[in-house]
Ligand binder design. Structure first.
Ligand code: ATP
Ligand code: SF4
Ligand code: MG
Length: 324
């Protein structure tokens, strides 16, 4: 893998639950994200995806571990330049857009405050940003309420791009959109990555959504990464039973409905993490040792870029194609 732009080392985040107990939202996660790559971060609701994203973006403080960007350790207090470099886009753009401000107002204000272009060029830059996200320049005069969900997501992306970030963390950016619109926003991310060389962390509960977009995929379960690898390996030969279950239940992109893929059984609570392998109460492959020994994320066979946290990671997936 190319040199990492973002390095997350041994990151853990705990919260206090309503009843005063410790909730382990992120548990000892290590991640590398190379410049210009798209990393898909996938897992069921509550597994810790947003918390990792917020640590990288400097919105949540890690309980332990570090986030490095371009080789420098970043905490919550960041220089303006570092804050600009990593932008987040959320599932519900409506809640993050001021209903009384036109798109032009939002974008030009940012350009002015950050002195990104000379005053005389602000209008031109606003138009360029609209074009980048596939909206007509007339959209600059609109208020958030005048746009559809997909258009609002394009506006949220334009706003993130205004400050010329190097990284965009997109947190479930298509989950609230109509099925037909989801694919168009995914194509926009693809386009932006190739045109601007952006690094993208794309978060979704649905593996089908990240399938086409991601160079690499990290699958999370109860605060930990349980499988990680290049897209081809993870999709064609998943080695963690949880990834297999997610894949089996994920509809193809053209069939995505607004339902979440289901894995048998309830996800356990991050307040009461099971002993041994935390997936064992739901795992069809579980054996006695799984209830006792926690597997760490280890390479699969001799593959340099494929890791799984399962005692049986070297067993080939039943659906995997035969090696040539
Ligand atoms: N500020 C907080 N205080 C207490 N608990 C929190 C806080 N933020 C997140 N959590 C808990 O941490 C766990 C991980 O939450 P997180 O939002 O990171 O999950 P997620 O994978 O993004 O889920 P979703 O797919 O539903 O967005 C959950 O159990 C959540 O309830
Ligand atoms: S270690 Fe055991 S319980 Fe965990 S995923 Fe592998 S087989 Fe299942
Ligand atoms: Mg989330």
């Amino acid at each position: 893998m190319a040199e990492a732009l973002i390095e997350v080392d041994d990151l853990s985040v705990t919260f206090r639950s309503e009843h005063g107990r410790t909730l382990r939202a992120v548990d000892d996660v290590t991640l590398r994200i190379a410049e210009g790559e798209v990393l898909g971060l996938v897992g069921e609701s509550g597994c810790g995806k947003t918390t990792i994203a917020k640590c990288i973006a400097g919105r949540v403080a890690p309980s332990s571990g570090v986030v490095r960007f371009d080789g420098r350790e970043l905490g919550l207090k960041r220089a303006t330049e570092d804050r600009r470099a990593i932008q987040m886009v959320f599932q519900d753009p409506y809640s993050s857009l001021n209903p009384r401000m036109t798109v032009r107002h939002v974008l030009s204000e940012l350009l002015r405050v950050h002195r990104l272009v000379p005053r005389a060029d602000i209008e031109t830059r606003c138009r360029e940003l609209m074009s980048l996200v596939g909206l007509p320049r007339g959209a600059l005069d609109g208020l958030p309420s005048q746009f559809s969900g997909g258009q609002r997501q394009r506006i949220a992306i334009a706003r993130a791009l205004t400050v010329e970030p190097r990284v965009i963390i997109a947190d479930e950016p298509v989950s609230a959109l109509d099925v037909s619109v989801q694919a168009t926003i995914l194509r926009l991310f693809e386009d932006l990555r190739s045109r601007l060389g952006l690094t993208v962390v794309f978060i979704s509960h649905n593996l089908a959504v990240v399938r086409h977009l991601s160079d690499r995929v990290a699958v999370m379960y109860l605060g930990r990464i349980v499988e990680q690898g290049d897209r081809e390996s993870v999709f064609s030969d998943p080695r963690h039973p949880y990834t297999r279950a997610l894949l089996a239940s994920a509809p193809r992109l053209h069939q995505i409905e607004l339902v979440r893929p289901t894995v048998e059984g309830e996800p356990p609570s991050p307040i009461d993490i099971p002993t041994g392998c935390s997936f064992h109460p739901r795992c069809p492959r579980s054996e006695e040792m799984c209830t006792r020994d926690r597997p760490s994320l280890e390479p699969v066979g001799t593959r340099a870029e494929h890791f799984a946290a399962c005692h049986f990671r070297d067993e080939k997936s039943p659906e995997a194609p035969e090696a040539p």
